[in-house]
Design a protein around this ligand. Structure first.
Ligand code: FAD
Length: 300
């Protein structure tokens, strides 16, 4: 079956977008903010909180960065108006990181300031390794004034434990830990899945031990079980952590954790740039493509 799944992913580009949409829509809330809000309401009703993300591809000008900033502000206002249990995730490249770092800082600062006024929180997603140092630098600068902002650390990066150690030392370890989604070189990133898992679990423990806050972003049942064991034996309070999952992924596991009383946040992407996001998800786990295709053709 493996070859079939990979084949499906390989031929994705030749399918019309409307066809891809059929099996992508479980991963994104829809094309508009209203769709994101509706999905978040559903999730809140089922006991999950959310983080809303605006999908966007590369930007090429500061005016596009300003538009992206305005959309982020609109997201925060709309969350507030609808009294939803959701914060906001964003990417610094959308706000101009690769064009003008100073302007990018100002953009994200405005958003975090707005979130502060609304008693909300902003999570800065981590992008590929060309962004890591700049992203953490901006995070550090923001944390001098604001405590309602957090960063993301990728377990596949060899530098990550040292980053976590330093952030702990600086007293600003409010971190989402994920495995990492980009294709990085073996010079800087672990490729061995077991090594990545070990690194992941160690960093979660480091943050918990330091009294910081950790978003445990994974669908890996083995990793989750080990972390739950660690939390139980270490007696860490629930105010120090939450689980996080992507929309449309391992919903059974999500429900299990919610039924056990754990705080679980679902990442809710929306936007008209859904195509790039969905094809990335499908490439990451080609098995899904096979299942979805089967569901489309085999109607029970
Ligand atoms: C809330 C959240 C935020 C994230 N933010 C970032 C970020 O800022 N930067 C970044 O680089 N990465 C981010 N990621 C992605 C992350 O780095 C991983 O690439 C992704 O979560 C898959 O890793 P995993 O830990 O779930 O383990 P995996 O070993 O990849 O998956 C474990 C199991 O989960 C299931 N699964 C995983 N992915 C899928 C899928 N797409 N469809 C169906 N089933 C699937 C499968 O059953 C698989 O066996 C984020 C992930 C989450 C959950």
């Amino acid at each position: 079956m493996q070859w079939f799944n990979r084949f499906i992913v390989w031929i994705l580009p030749i399918f019309p977008k409307s066809f891809i949409w059929l099996f992508s829509r479980r991963y994104i809330a829809g094309q508009s903010l209203l769709d994101g809000i509706e999905k978040t309401k559903e999730l809140n009703q089922s006991g999950c909180c959310a983080t809303i993300d605006v999908l966007g591809e590369d930007i090429h000008s500061l005016s596009e960065a300003t538009l992206a900033k305005e959309e982020c502000m609109h997201v925060l206002d709309t969350i507030q108006m609808n009294m939803l249990d959701s914060n906001h995730s964003l990417k610094l490249t959308q706000l101009g990181l690769k064009i003008d770092k100073k302007k990018c800082f100002q953009n994200v600062k405005d958003i975090v300031q707005k979130a502060k006024q609304l008693n909300n929180f902003v999570r800065i997603d981590m992008e590929d390794s060309t962004c890591t140092t700049d992203t953490l630098e901006i995070y550090r600068k923001l944390r001098k004034t604001y405590n309602n902002v957090g960063a993301v650390i990728q377990a596949y990066l060899m530098r990550s434990q040292e980053d976590v150690r330093q952030l702990i030392e600086e007293g600003i370890a409010h971190l989402r830990i994920c495995k990492g989604i980009y294709d990085e070189s073996p010079e800087i990133a672990y490729k061995d899945r077991e090594k990545i898992k070990e690194n992941y679990i160690q960093m979660v423990e480091m943050v918990l031990d330091s009294g910081g806050y950790v978003g445990i972003a994974t669908h890996d049942r083995g990793v989750i079980n080990r972390i739950i064991e660690m939390i139980r034996s270490g007696g860490y309070p629930s105010s120090q952590f939450e689980f996080q999952m992507l929309l449309g992924v391992t919903e059974h596991l999500r429900k299990e954790l919610v039924s056990q009383g754990y705080r679980l946040r679902v990442y809710v992407p929306y936007g008209d740039q859904w195509y790039g996001y969905c094809t990335r998800r499908l490439k990451e786990n080609p098995q899904v493509a096979g299942h979805i295709i089967k569901n489309i053709f085999i109607r029970k």
